[in-house]
Design a protein around this ligand. Structure first.
Ligand SMILES: *[C@@H]1O[C@H](CO)[C@@H](O)[C@H](O)[C@H]1NC(C)=O
Length: 607
């Protein structure tokens, strides 16, 4: 500016202060602030609002309060935005009484609360108060009764209140009525409903309202975009977030920490470790600092994908940054280590966990017991069980199922039944997992009659068989003698027919076992015609079949078996086809976002 002989004004300073805060460099923001004072510029309430908000976001709410008091001493009065920032800071710190006190001050000053005040307090109630619905409702009624509150703000409060209370249909109705009555829309109102739908993973609904919002001449804000990002991730539309993120960066909108965290969780859930890692790196590049929740998600994701070493790296990094891991983080890591067979390292972590003042719980014990069982170290598992009792914990159904499954795998049905009885004595009823374990064991020991008996029992106690039950029984059927297999197929169809992609693999592999490679390849063709997703296991089976296709199928020797397998695969195929989730991409993200951004004007809110 000096090069062009231009004088900065207070507004220029505000912009630079804000810019530093947006990228999380609050310290530098204060340096700019100091410079501003030194050069004799007077900060305004806007300057203070930016800084108070930044301090609150960093969890430094007492410093924020100090700055607020300083501002008042300088004769500058706080406005609704200042108060909202401060209230939000106290809510984030879990100091709800303080937040209410500040709200009280605000009322005494005669300042009008808005929809944000309401949202901040309500979300605090939902986090920290048991009767939060009651309290939220009281707050809503109080706000609605405020004489000074303009009609439109009242509508904002109402819509966001319904969204918070998970009465999204009511919110929708109010919003729609307002639109039909020609009431001017507000960003807050639309953001409430877009956030609510996104959180539920109903992103098409969210996008519809986004569309209406833009049609009404309102510009999407950073919050709108973050919500949509969350919605896309939650609904598993993982090819689209990147595009939206790029557009947000273009617009100068920050993807916030919650959105990044949800993206990371979603990538891991979809099995895309690379995608999750990219998202993490992008977050760090944008200068957003991960918190305990983000680290928890990252560590847990790695552990579940069997990347225990990456998880440990993240864990140590977290420690270096001064973040304190919680039970969830430790349990994830212990589980990740057990999964790769490193129970000793897992035990060290359990010890470390205790050292750091956390109390390992029954989840922790279950993970370690399962680790030993996987390694076939049942003695050590039993020892751990005794230690669990000694530490004052009681085993739960997961503990029992782990032992029952381990003994079954060891073909020690006697000990498995012992544990089943013990479990019964302790007041636990077998669940669907217990039944699946038992049915699997009985199928493996070729006592199909008893396995089917268990299936009867399972249904008669009111449990619902799942696809694991179906696959277990079907696997047994495929290797059984034909007459009985046919009878059992009838029973399976009636009681427990819930096939999935694994069922397809299972039957295809039986074709291969029966040396009917051509038949398997014929099915491959049929399945790929309906865009069935082949996974690695399918590919392995099929590549085996391709190698063997020169050899003539020996199906003629046992045409009954071929017919049975054909029949099973046919009904599976039919079932999967009928239950395919509908392709619901009503709205393409690119077109709709472009549309919104074209209409929107400048986003600067620093003047
Ligand atoms: C990020 O944005 C979403 C959607 O607007 C919001 O619900 C969430 O509270 C925001 N998170 C943070 C850390 O600001």
């Amino acid at each position: 500016m000096s090069k062009f002989d231009l004088e900065p004004d207070a507004c220029s300073f505000n912009i630079v202060v804000k810019a530093h805060c947006v990228v999380g460099r609050t310290g530098d923001a204060f340096k700019v602030f100091a410079l501003m004072l030194q050069w004799g510029y007077s900060p305004s309430v806007v300057t203070y609002n930016i800084l108070v908000d930044a301090l609150c976001r960093e969890g430094r709410v007492e410093d924020a309060r100090g700055l607020f008091d300083e501002m008042e001493r300088e004769g500058i009065e706080g406005n609704t935005i200042t108060y909202n920032a401060l209230i939000s800071g106290y809510v984030k710190a879990g100091k709800l009484e303080k937040a209410e006190e500040v709200y009280g001050e605000m009322k005494v000053r005669g300042l009008v609360p808005d929809c944000y005040t309401f949202n901040i307090l309500s979300s605090g109630y939902s986090k920290f108060r048991r009767d939060w619905r009651g309290e939220s409702r009281k707050l809503m009624n109080h706000m609605l009764s405020l004489e000074v509150l303009p009609e439109e703000s009242r509508l904002d409060v109402l819509v966001s209140s319904y969204c918070l209370n998970e009465q999204i249909e009511d919110a929708r109705e109010w919003l729609q009525c307002a639109i039909e009555d020609g009431v001017p829309g507000s960003i807050a109102r639309f953001n409430s409903i877009i956030a609510a739908y996104s959180k539920r993973g109903m992103v098409d609904e969210a996008l519809k309202f986004y569309h209406v919002m833009v049609e009404n001449g309102l510009s999407p804000s950073a919050a709108t975009c973050n919500s949509l990002l969350i919605g896309l991730c939650k609904s598993g539309r993982l090819d689209e977030p990147q595009e939206l993120m790029d557009r947000m960066v273009e617009r100068g909108f920050c993807v916030n920490l919650s959105a990044y965290t949800i993206c990371i969780v979603s990538y891991f859930r979809a099995g895309d470790v690379g995608g999750a890692r990219n998202c993490w790196d992008e977050m760090e590049r944008q200068g957003i600092y991960p918190d305990v929740i983000a680290y928890s998600a990252y560590i847990n994701g790695f552990c579940r994908a069997n990347y225990a070493n990456e998880a440990l790296d993240a864990f140590y990094e977290m420690g270096r940054r001064g973040l304190i891991p919680n039970n969830f983080v430790y349990n994830s890591l212990i589980s990740g280590l057990c999964r790769i067979g490193n129970v000793e390292e897992a035990l060290k972590l359990e010890w470390e966990m205790r050292e750091s003042g956390l109390v390992p719980d029954i989840f922790t014990s279950n993970i370690i017991i399962d680790g030993y069982c996987r390694e076939r170290m049942l003695d050590k598992a039993i020892y751990k069980l005794k230690e669990t009792y000694a530490n004052g914990m009681v085993p739960d159904i997961v503990t029992y199922n782990t032992f029952i499954s381990a003994y079954c795998k060891d073909s020690d049905l006697g000990s498995a039944v012992n544990f089943l009885n013990r479990m019964h004595l302790e007041g636990w009823e077998p669940d669907i997992f217990t039944y699946n374990i038992l049915i699997h064991a009985l199928c493996c020991s070729h006592t199909m009659g008893e396995a089917m008996g268990k299936l009867d029992e399972l249904v008669s106690v009111g449990l619902v068989p799942n696809s694991v039950t179906c696959n277990t029984v079907m696997n047994g059927i495929c290797v059984d003698v034909l007459d009985r297999a046919i009878i059992m197929t009838g029973k399976l169809l009636k009681m427990a027919f819930v096939p999935n992609a694994i069922t397809v693999n299972l039957i295809l592999s039986h074709f291969c076992k029966q040396k009917m490679a051509k038949r398997a390849l014929m099915w491959e063709k049929k399945l790929s015609e309906v865009s069935f997703i082949f996974d690695d296991a399918t590919e392995n089976i099929l590549s085996w079949a391709r190698d063997k296709q020169e050899i003539a199928d020996v199906s003629m020797l046992d045409s009954g078996k071929t017919l049975l397998l054909d029949f099973l695969l046919h009904i599976t195929y039919d079932f999967l086809l009928r239950n395919e989730p509908p392709n619901s991409r009503l709205l393409m993200i690119s077109s709709i976002i472009d549309h919104g951004f074209r209409k929107s004007s400048s986003m600067m809110d620093v003047t």
